[in-house]
Design a protein around this ligand. Structure first.
Ligand code: ATP
Ligand code: ATP
Ligand code: CA
Length: 217
């Protein structure tokens, strides 16, 4: 398998940071923006930087986008331009198209014309930060949604020596244990007979409130 290839349209703060991170991670990255200076500034860090209007179908057709793995559309408020470019890249057959949006309307329209995923970076970051402020600092938490997370949880002392079945965590806390770590060993998908020992770290999925309560126990 070769390197993954991505095209990023629009070099605002979001598009630029996506493009640079992809390039840093070893991907082939093509960027398109109609701002000369932005193209000049990023050129040495990406595979290919093209100054063009993203709605210019003719220019886009010369870029060989057909075999790209993904397109990121980050051209700001201009709904018409983002709709057009989304349609163009879907028509070219790019399998994964992610668009940065600012409003629910923009999200709805872009999904309708084929965006596989829309993100609201400011809104999503706001939610994540507020959750952190309310629930404390999740240790290694992965937010699955605004309500659920996956995280590591130190076994409570009263759990030591008991099996998952005895603890009945699913019924009591509505959490699922997907793995148990102890001294570098990881037991994935424990059975109901798994005994929780001192110093075990449980990898669990559950509600944010429950997890933060258990963590601050
Ligand atoms: P952020 O909030 O992430 O900084 P944004 O979504 O607010 O970004 P802008 O900061 O306006 O958007 O950046 C959008 C980028 O897209 C700019 O660099 C602009 O030059 C570029 N752009 C906008 N419209 C087009 C277009 N039709 N063709 C090519 N580039 C475009
Ligand atoms: P369930 O009641 O969820 O259908 P079950 O009847 O299949 O469970 P077991 O799989 O033997 O029975 O589990 C018995 C109980 O042990 C479960 O009800 C649950 O409370 C707890 N348990 C088992 N595995 C886990 C796990 N991975 N995470 C959380 N709790 C578990
Ligand atoms: Ca902005």
């Amino acid at each position: 398998m070769g390197k993954k290839e991505f095209v990023v349209f629009g070099l605002g703060r979001f598009g630029k940071s996506v493009a640079l991170t992809l390039a840093d991670s070893g991907c082939e990255v093509l960027v398109v923006d109609d701002n000369e200076e932005k193209i000049h500034d990023i050129a040495e860090y990406v595979t290919y930087a093209v100054k063009a209007d993203v709605t210019d179908a003719e220019t886009l057709s010369t870029l060989g986008l057909r075999n790209f793995d993904g397109a990121i559309i980050a051209i700001g408020e201009n709904l018409e331009a983002s709709v057009l470019v989304t349609i163009l890249v879907k028509e070219l057959g790019i399998p994964y198209v992610l668009a940065k949006v600012q409003t629910d309307t923009q999200a709805k329209v872009l999904k309708k014309v084929g965006a596989d995923m829309v993100v609201f970076p400011e809104k999503e970051t706001g939610i994540r930060i507020a959750n952190k402020l309310v629930h404390g600092n999740f240790f290694d938490a992965i937010e699955l949604s605004t309500t659920f997370s996956m995280m590591e949880l130190d076994a409570l002392p009263e759990w030591y020596g008991k099996t998952l079945s005895e603890l009945d965590l699913r019924a009591k806390y509505d959490i699922n244990v997907i793995g148990v770590k102890n001294r570098g060993k990881f037991n994935f998908n424990p059975t109901a007979e798994e005994i929780i020992d001192r110093d075990d770290i449980l990898v669990v999925i559950g509600r944010n409130e429950t997890l933060s309560q258990l963590q601050n126990h």
